[in-house]
Design a protein around this ligand. Structure first.
Ligand code: CP
Ligand code: NVA
Length: 303
């Protein structure tokens, strides 16, 4: 595997398969009460520029369950806020810890850390991608459907970071993804072009009903990502017809399941009825962040 995990395409199909096989096994072991102290003595530094619940908890608990330690670092409390350069922070941290997980506003910030760090760097969400989320989402689809090959997935809402990673993941998974967004909120063109060039199946449409038609998985996310807060009023109006609710679900396959990376905003991108209903897999999806990331940490840090 590559040193870093910054994009979902930093793993190839075979590596993703091995990683998720390991994730399912770690989950099975945890359920059976078996310990797996595979990273004893290793420390993961976690740098957060933005809020987090799941990413923070799952990485910290994951390192703990592997016998290692996770160090929470709020970027606001680091010398970086007072002007220390990323390249200096990255090289100093590399002398202390075995890996870094970074949640940043700019994707280029994480790339800069990776360039200068001599240890693995993991993207814990940037403005462009959320690859750890996709590990959990693919794992959840595997659990529920057995295989992701030819699975029909609809994305409804903002063409954001999670959507970009879903699009790239088509290259590795055989997922057939249709994305419905309002005009001007499509996923980044470079991601769609890259996925298609590598054989991924990605279709862009305008109407949620068109994306959801016969879909087996419906995925959505907030209309207002971290960093977009100033556009809240405008976005709330533009996205008002992009709610995953009961009427929209009627267009999907009757056995369709719903994913949402969380945090959710009931009454906006998803209705309470769908969040709490029998088609929702969101809690398994949230749990699988832990197992998938543990497998990733073992692969990257156990060198
Ligand atoms: N899905 C996800 O990354 O959640 P947090 O923002 O709570 O980490
Ligand atoms: N798209 C959301 C994901 C949060 C986990 C954001 O960037 O805020």
């Amino acid at each position: 595997m590559k040193k870093d995990f910054i994009s979902i395409l930093d793993v190839n199909e075979q590596e993703l398969g091995q990683l998720l096989t390991e994730a399912h096994e770690l989950k099975r072991q945890k359920m059976a009460g078996t310990t797996h102290l595979l990273l004893c003595g290793k420390t993961l530094a976690m740098i957060f520029e933005k809020s987090s619940t799941r990413t923070h908890i799952s990485f910290e608990v994951g390192m703990n369950e592997l016998g290692g330690h996770a160090l929470f670092l709020n970027a606001r409390d680091m010398q970086i806020r007072r002007g220390e350069e990323i390249r200096d922070t990255a090289r100093a941290a590399s002398r202390y810890v075995s890996g870094m997980m970074i949640r940043a506003y700019k994707h280029s910030t994480i790339e800069e850390y990776a360039k200068y760090a001599t240890i693995p760097v993991i993207n814990g969400l940037s403005d462009m991608e959320h690859p750890c989320q996709l590990l959990a989402d693919i794992m959840t689809m595997q659990e529920h459907f057995g295989s992701t090959q030819d699975l029909k997935v609809a994305w409804v809402g903002d063409g954001n970071n999670v959507c970009n990673s879903l699009i790239l993941s088509t290259v590795l998974t055989g997922l057939d993804v249709t994305v419905a967004t309002p005009e001007g909120y499509e996923p980044a063109g470079e991601f769609v072009a890259r996925a298609r060039a590598l054989g991924g199946r990605v279709t862009l449409v305008r109407e949620p009903e068109a994306a959801v038609k016969d879909a087996e998985v419906i995925v959505t996310d907030t209309w207002i990502s971290m960093g977009d807060e100033e556009e809240k009023g405008e976005r709330t109006k533009i996205f008002r017809n992009y709610t995953v609710d009961g009427p929209l679900m009627k267009h999907a396959s009757p056995d369709a399941r719903v994913l949402h990376c969380l945090p959710a905003h009931r009454g906006e991108e998803i209705s309470d009825e769908v969040m709490e209903g029998g088609q929702s897999l969101v809690w398994d999806e949230a749990e699988n962040r832990l197992h998938a990331q543990k497998a990733l940490l073992v692969r990257l840090l156990k060198r």
